[in-house]
Design a binder for this molecule. Structure first.
Ligand code: GLP
Length: 256
């Protein structure tokens, strides 16, 4: 694991965008795994800026999103379809048929999940997977006590996740209780992983992810077993890491 501590949210985002851009310069037809939530918003803005300023090309890029709520229409402002088009896809030159997001309205959810997994394989697997982290240590919507062997599947959201995500909805009743999410195995199959963490609310989860045992209670802790993980943590999220020491990690600073 390579751990970079960024001095601000903007610094975290700029570093993350540079890493994604670097991936695309090296392999213009990269398959990217993408995340939603408030954390990667500024990274998407930075990538849009790089696209406009130095013509970062997305024409051959293929994307797979981590997850989608069940039951929300793509045009629903709280769907991850809406989020991705609004915050990223409509601003870059990605081809519509290279964008994959789980269909939360599918009639047959198990078939949709299998199909999603098959499409990832058909595209040659994910080259770089971007992740946020939940306050409970979830990645995608893989909630605590997840089966580490799971691939894309239907998940029931944790009470804590419902409470945290309620801030985006009119009221907590409107938060969907279920979602489709890539599984831990899907995520672990990515060639490279970039995990972003912002804010003190993530400090405990990030600490457990890196320094505690690998346990389904902290789904992100499985990343300790991945050969190519970069974590970029804003200072608040990294506050419990500074005093910790561990010989498997490499604490660096994004810009000093
Ligand atoms: C959400 C998403 C995750 C995201 C996480 C953190 O529920 N399913 O993919 O990483 O929770 O969200 P945020 O970045 O808003 O803190």
């Amino acid at each position: 694991m390579r751990i970079v501590i960024a001095k601000s949210y903007e610094d975290m985002s700029a570093n993350a965008a540079r890493m994604v851009a670097g991936q695309l310069y090296l392999k213009p037809n990269s398959v990217l795994g993408l995340a939603t939530g408030s954390t990667p918003l500024n990274m998407y803005q930075e990538l849009i800026k790089i696209h406009h300023e130095v013509s970062l090309d997305f024409s051959e890029v293929v994307t797979f999103n981590l997850d989608e709520y069940l039951g929300l229409k793509p045009e629903d402002e709280n769907s991850y379809h809406f989020y991705m088009f609004q915050n990223f896809f409509k601003h870059i030159n990605i081809q519509r048929n290279n964008i994959y997001i789980p269909n939360g309205l599918a009639q047959n959810i198990p078939a949709e999940c299998q199909d999603y997994e098959r499409k990832i394989q058909e595209q040659g697997g994910i080259d770089l997977q971007v992740l946020g982290i939940g306050v409970n240590g979830h990645i995608g919507f893989n909630e605590p006590d997840i089966n580490f062997e799971a691939v894309t599947h239907k998940v029931k959201l944790d009470e804590e996740t419902i409470n945290v995500n309620a801030r985006f909805f009119a009221n907590i009743e409107e938060v969907p209780r279920y979602a489709i999410s890539m599984g831990i195995k899907t995520i672990m199959n990515a060639k490279k992983i970039l995990l972003l963490a912002n804010g003190v609310s993530k400090a405990e989860a990030l600490y457990r992810t890196i320094y505690k045992g690998i346990t389904p209670e902290t789904p992100a802790s499985i990343l300790q077993l991945h050969p190519d993980v970069t974590i970029i943590a804003e200072e608040g999220a990294a506050k419990l890491l500074r005093s910790a020491t561990h010989d498997r990690t490499n604490l660096g600073f994004a810009s000093e």
